[in-house]
Design a protein around this ligand. Structure first.
Ligand code: SAH
Length: 365
């Protein structure tokens, strides 16, 4: 069986190349074709001899995962439905910003955390993505971004790990993928242009900050009171908010932590919630992103799928009653935090039209 090349770290590839009795520099050449030029047809690798190319094609499968469907909206955001080898499907999103692209990448098929407001949570957890499956999303989207940019123009790329899944519950594969995404031998995206978003897995946060100190971290706060947070995000019964905040407060870091806050009408969007949030985050160098709730679900045949999923999970009715707050409420929440000295950005999510905004990623599995 051929080895899927994207699952190999640079060091593993180097070792393989030595075992195949190929010159050492071939590892660099292969990486350049795969990650810098993003050309995955061995026949085109012109600086590698025909004989060596033959050896490579007898050893490696270099096909990226298959894109089943691309949905684009009028603003130039694109959502990709990607099929994995075992036929599971994941989604990734390319967001068009003014001067750059942001890739939103998945780390798991489904998610185990069951946050009440999130469509991925309703799918349940299927499996972790391999490092190659994470990396492969970045390569697919990079290729597509290049094809959709003006000729000769090199678009800057940011990555956010805010797709399906909890990145820090797949730490090994996330960090292997990050090595190749950030390294000069790989895609070469600077860690300061990469954000990992977590619902709050404290051990994972500590490891990530130790292994990748220049990376940016987002923490999904979503409620300032522990009881409400535990209801919305069951993981926080185990991973205590106080412990996480104490860690943020006492550990120096390169970038400010971003606190994500999904605003849900009548649930966590009152001025008292804003006051509590302001008090809670006092003393932590941070930014706050307010994300007005995006109605859940995604993909084809949304209604029936959500209902089926609901039955499967025996979901309490409250899950389905969430609504997006009106603009003045969102503004007032923002204004209050602002008045307390916080940097706050409202993220009226991009990609709602194609159901690719935060919390809307879910696939038929
Ligand atoms: N598991 C990780 C990453 C995936 S979720 C995490 O929890 O951070 C990415 C972001 O989308 C999180 O900040 C989450 O709170 C937010 N989100 C989830 N569902 C949402 C929804 N329905 N509307 C708006 N934002 C949502």
């Amino acid at each position: 069986m051929l080895k899927w090349i994207y699952d190999l770290s640079y060091e593993e590839l180097e070792k393989d190349i030595a075992h195949l009795y190929l010159p050492r520099f071939v590892a660099d050449q292969v990486c350049r074709w795969l990650y810098e030029k993003n050309i995955n047809d061995i026949a085109c690798w012109s600086n590698i001899s025909k004989k060596n190319r033959e050896t490579l094609s007898q050893t490696y499968d270099i096909r990226l995962n298959k894109v089943l469907e691309v949905q684009a909206d009028r603003e130039g955001n694109r959502k990709y439905l990607i099929e994995l080898k075992d036929k599971y499907k994941i989604e990734a999103v390319l967001i068009k910003e003014k001067k750059h692209f942001t890739m939103c990448i998945s780390t798991q098929v489904g998610c185990a955390l069951k946050c009440k407001f999130c469509a991925t949570g309703r799918m349940g957890f299927k499996r972790n993505l391999s490092s190659g499956e994470i990396l492969s999303q970045a390569l697919l989207l990079k290729k597509d971004a290049a094809e959709n940019s003006a000729p000769g123009q090199k678009e800057k790329i940011n990555i956010v790990f805010m797709g399906m899944g909890e990145p820090l519950l797949n730490y090994e594969n996330l960090s292997r993928a990050l090595q190749l995404i950030t390294s000069e031998k790989g895609i070469g995206i600077s860690p300061r242009n990469i954000t990992v978003s977590t619902a709050g897995i404290l051990d994972g946060i500590k490891r990530l900050e130790k292994d990748f100190p220049r990376l940016k971290l987002s923490f999904s706060l979503n409620a300032p009171a522990a009881a409400l947070r535990e209801e919305l995000m069951p993981i926080s019964k185990k991973e205590k908010l106080d412990d996480i905040l104490a860690y943020f407060r006492h550990t120096p870091r390169k970038h400010r932590v971003t606190f994500e806050y999904v605003l849900i009408k009548g649930v966590n969007d009152s001025l008292q919630d804003a006051e509590k949030t302001a008090a809670l985050l006092r003393g932590i160098p941070c930014k706050i992103n307010l994300i007005p709730y995006n109605p859940g679900g995604s993909g084809v045949n949304l209604e029936s799928k959500v209902l089926l999923a609901a039955k499967r999970l025996n979901a309490p009715p409250r899950e389905w009653g969430f609504e997006t707050p009106a603009e003045p409420e969102v503004e007032a929440f923002c204004e209050y935090l602002h008045s307390r000295g916080y940097t706050v950005i409202i993220r009226w999510s991009k990609g709602r039209e194609i159901k690719s905004a935060c919390g809307q990623l879910a696939t038929e599995i």
